[in-house]
Design a protein around this ligand. Sequence first.
Ligand code: NI
Length: 234
Amino acid sequence: MSALLVGGFVLAGPALPANADEPDPPDCTKVDCVALTFDDGPGEHTDRLLDILGEHDAKATFYLLGSQVDEYKDEVKRMVMDGHEIGSHSWEHADLTTLSTDEIEDDLDRTDKAINNIIDKDPVTVRPPYGALNDTVRQAVDRPIMLWDVDTLDWQHHNGDKIVDIAGKETSPGSVLLLHDIHKTTVDAVPAVLETLSEDDYEFVTIGDLFQEDLEPGTVYSDARSEYTQQPGD
Ligand code: NI
């Protein structure tokens, strides 16, 4: 058995940067943690979302589009200042499986640079648009690849009650929830999502804190229950 398969926090992996200004995150080995992730932004509702997350003392992870960040620099800076995590969602949402290795690398490099220009560090993990993956994408991405296990389908139905219902029913300890902060209905529903999941005593943490230090470059993850899913070339 590979050491990685031992579901342990004892194993060393690449360290994810911690925000020194924030209090220690909850210990996800002792309490039930979930990661809310917001894709396709930043956008016009992001600042209000940051207010809501702050009011609930909830941390989240934002999978940003490189093409959007210059227009919302203040929001991107605030994400980091507020203790949230930033991931890459590509430059402008191309299906990476339609691109060559060079094109994928150029797309992600361009995105990294735009984000790094604002926050002085690169995105920690990569979420490919549509969750679309093939061997070329897996081999071209030099960081952990983060999918999700709870899809609220918010982009499809634009219905706050449904978002809350799906989140409440499908979330379990270690879940990664997919949401989109570019939709007003989603941001409107976030207080109820937080309140519903808080009733089940979930703590809201970043991807880095949910997975501790167990993330490996090029490996695909959907939740923190299956710390090992696919290797490049599988
Ligand atoms: Ni997306």
